[in-house]
Design a protein around this ligand. Structure first.
Ligand code: DAH
Length: 345
């Protein structure tokens, strides 16, 4: 029996040493020390031994059990530590790994142009005014010196909702509304916003687009003030070397009325494909506020005068960024939009 015990012990210790992980080692524990294992069997068989051998054999079996248990515990501690170390190793965070880039959006090119223009005029003391896109015929036309039946209404094909309500065809009604609200006081505003016309969409026309209106009313406001203001605007938007040119034009709400051109920013005036060989680019309409418009809004046109202008941010953005089709601004193809990353801080 002693020899048997020795073999058992050697075997168990070998298996413990050969165990490579906690699970395997637990298997060895159950196999040798468990209720159905050989050591328990030996202890159980003790009763069959002659009484005088029992104490000695009992002690021997206990020594073996303790040795095997001690070896198991030692190996278990080692394997557990190894397992923890392996886990720590595999889970280390490499703080030097580059981060995953976050996809950020950027301002729409039209928004950029509008904000740039707003910033410029705010720096010159203007306030921003807004008005409804669903507008009364009165503000869209009549208060701007375009009574019912006026032929110039035809230039602005319109979406009527009722006979007296339509989608505004320009931002000029905000002029009339602001004048009415200010009750004869001086005004210095720009009015950005959406406008609508019953146009067939093509590369240069859209049934919906944006405009920015400007209106200044005060004592002694003259054409030279308009010209100076537009010159500052042209230089800020298209470069310091820009010249401006005013050509006579007609708008029912201004008298005199002008169209403003800027010297071509691409060729400097010598003629190229951008300016269609003319050296000039048409940018906006403007003029001195018509006395009828002032009087209709309750202003004394003898005491106060003013100038106004209206421009299309789409056209400005198309020129500035070389966009060949106005529909790009509305179809929202990210391949188009992502080209306008904001670089300025
Ligand atoms: N409302 C005009 C249009 O949509 C643009 C315009 C021209 C506005 C001259 C003005 C102006 O205020 O003075 O065609």
């Amino acid at each position: 029996m002693e020899a048997q015990l020795h073999v058992l012990k050697t075997e168990a210790l070998e298996k413990i040493a050969a165990s490579e992980n906690v699970k395997e080692l637990n298997g060895v524990r159950v196999a040798y020390l468990g209720k159905k294992g050989p050591i328990t069997d030996l202890l159980k068989g003790m009763g069959k031994l002659p009484a005088e051998e029992r104490p000695k054999m009992g002690a021997l079996v206990n020594v073996v059990r303790e040795e095997v248990t001690a070896s198991l515990e030692e190996r278990m501690a080692l394997l557990e530590e190894q397992a923890i170390n392996e886990k720590l190793q595999s889970e280390t965070i490499d703080v030097t790994l580059p981060g995953r880039p976050v996809q950020t959006g950027n301002a729409h090119p039209l928004t950029r142009v509008v904000e740039e223009i707003e910033d410029l005029f705010i720096s010159m003391g203007y306030e921003i005014a807004e008005g409804p896109e669903v507008e009364k015929d009165y503000y869209n036309f009549e208060a701007l010196n375009l009574p019912k039946g006026h032929p110039a209404r035809d230039m602005q094909d319109s979406f009527y909702i009722t006979e007296d309500i339509l989608l505004r065809t320009h931002t000029s009604p905000v002029q009339a509304r602001t004048m009415e609200a200010k009750g004869g006081e001086p005004i210095k505003i720009i009015c950005p916003g959406k406008v609508y016309r019953r146009d067939n969409d093509d590369a240069t026309h859209s049934h919906q687009f944006t405009q920015i209106e400007g209106l200044v009313i005060g004592e002694d406001i003259r054409m030279s003030d308009l010209k100076g203001t537009l010159s500052v605007f042209a230089k800020k938007m298209f470069g310091d070397e820009r010249e401006i040119r005013l050509r006579p034009s007609f708008f029912p709400f201004t008298e005199p009325s002008v169209e403003m051109d800027i010297s071509c920013f691409k060729c400097g005036g010598s003629g190229c494909n951008v300016c269609k060989k003319t050296g000039w680019l048409e940018i906006l309409g403007a003029g001195m506020v018509h006395p009828n418009v002032l009087e209709m809004a309750g202003y004394d046109s003898k005491r106060l005068t003013g100038f106004a202008f209206g421009m299309g941010p789409e056209r400005i953005a198309m020129l500035k960024y070389g966009v060949e089709d106005i529909r790009h601004f509305y179809t929202n193809d990210v391949r188009f939009l992502s080209q306008f990353q904001r670089t300025e801080v």
